[in-house]
Design a protein. Structure first.
Length: 133
């Protein structure tokens, strides 16, 4: 591997997948796991760069619905950069279908969504240092 293939985004994604595996999540709901990875990367990037703007282009969602996802991301952070946990948890699931549309050419992302999938969001926020209240 060279620097074209290994960068901070790749390392973050693989760290998330390693944590999913460690928590016993890796053998179920591949589409759910990939969705979670993309959302966590977006949240991490936004919170890391909150003083400089949105910090990420919302890579989880397709271009056709990117504006609503960006608006969602902007509205779930307080002005001090802390994630509003209730807003996040109540609305994040509505973007799963758009995530699958964005990756329609990737068969591994096209599994049926597992309803009531335990994303362990709070555990991941703690692992990644994503502040929330």
């Amino acid at each position: 591997l060279d620097s074209k293939h290994v960068n901070i985004e790749t390392l973050l994604a693989e760290t998330i997948h390693a944590a999913q595996d460690y928590l016993g999540m890796a053998d179920k709901g591949l589409s759910n796991l990939e969705f979670q990875e993309h959302v966590l990367k977006d949240l991490y990037n936004i919170q890391s760069l909150i003083q400089k703007g949105i910090g990420n282009n919302g890579s989880t969602i397709s271009t056709s619905n990117n504006e609503s996802y960006i608006e969602f991301l902007r509205n779930i952070f307080y002005t001090n950069g802390i994630l509003d946990l209730n807003k996040f948890l109540m609305n994040i699931g509505s973007f799963f279908d758009e995530f699958q549309k964005n990756y329609k050419k990737s068969n591994s992302y096209q599994e049926t969504e597992i309803n009531n999938f335990n994303y362990n969001w709070i555990r991941f926020f703690d692992i990644l240092g994503i502040q929330y209240k």
